[in-house]
Ligand binder design. Structure first.
Ligand SMILES: Cc1cc2nc3c(=O)[nH]c(=O)nc-3n(C[C@H](O)[C@H](O)[C@H](O)COP(=O)(O)O)c2cc1C
Length: 205
């Protein structure tokens, strides 16, 4: 059974690759081709970053190496392990918190997020999907992977081909099929004063 796409319902035209990116919890067991995986991290590599510090790092494992896979999966909270265990590839993003000269990098997490966004968009372009997770165990990740001081695990990442929602337990199936929702543009794009919608996003009369 093929999976129906669920593109974003937009209020202005956007690129297909953006509207078709989403975060499934149902993954197909099919492995991801190594060259495609490499492209995902290449896309992450070319993200913008403050002072071009590139504070992103990734610990990645595929099901080809079950022990390594279990170590990464074990750094996700139980809820996330429950569905992410079906993804053929799991990863953790890690931020370097300081610049080389020791000054704190206030934008380290921001830039790791930018790299992750590039990775996710590249994944969609290659027919894959990515599901990022805040629900991880950073202390376990530090211990298991010997993440040094000055670095911090940021998010979990599940990567793979989309699976069918019917593979999920009922509660998750419902969430998988629920309409995708976003706040309206005029609630977060302001002009002149906090809370005042910019005319760019004001509804046309
Ligand atoms: C940084 C970050 C953390 C997230 N944490 C979780 C998580 O722990 N568990 C989960 O199931 N989904 C998680 N998500 C997925 C979001 O719930 C999802 O991106 C959001 O609902 C928007 O849906 P969409 O990505 O399908 O457009 C996370 C997403 C991001 C970007």
């Amino acid at each position: 059974m093929s999976v129906a796409p669920r593109p974003a319902v937009v209020s202005a035209p956007i690129h297909d690759v953006v509207s078709h990116r989403w975060s499934p919890r149902a993954f197909d067991g099919r492995p991801v081709e190594p060259e495609k995986l490499r492209s995902l991290f290449e896309a992450a590599r070319w993200a913008a970053s403050s002072y071009n510090a590139q504070p992103w790092f990734f610990i990645v494992a595929t099901k080809d190496d079950p022990a390594a896979y279990q170590r990464v999966l074990g750094c996700f909270v139980e809820f996330n392990q429950g569905w992410a265990k079906n993804a053929p590839v799991v990863a953790l993003s890690v931020a370097r918190l300081n610049f080389e000269d020791g000054r704190p990098n206030r934008h380290a997490f921001h830039d790791v997020g930018q790299a992750a966004a590039n990775l996710a968009i590249q994944a969609t372009a290659l027919g894959l999907q990515v599901h990022q997770m805040a629900g991880i165990l950073p202390d376990r990740a530090r211990e298991l992977f010997e993440i040094p001081d000055g670095y911090e695990a940021v998010a979990g990442i599940a990567i793979g081909y989309e699976g069918h929602p019917s593979s999920l337990p009922d509660q998750l199936k419902e969430r998988e099929l629920a309409p995708r929702a976003r706040k309206p543009l005029n609630s977060f794009v302001f002009n002149g004063k906090w809370g005042e919608p910019s005319p760019i996003v004001a509804p046309k009369s």
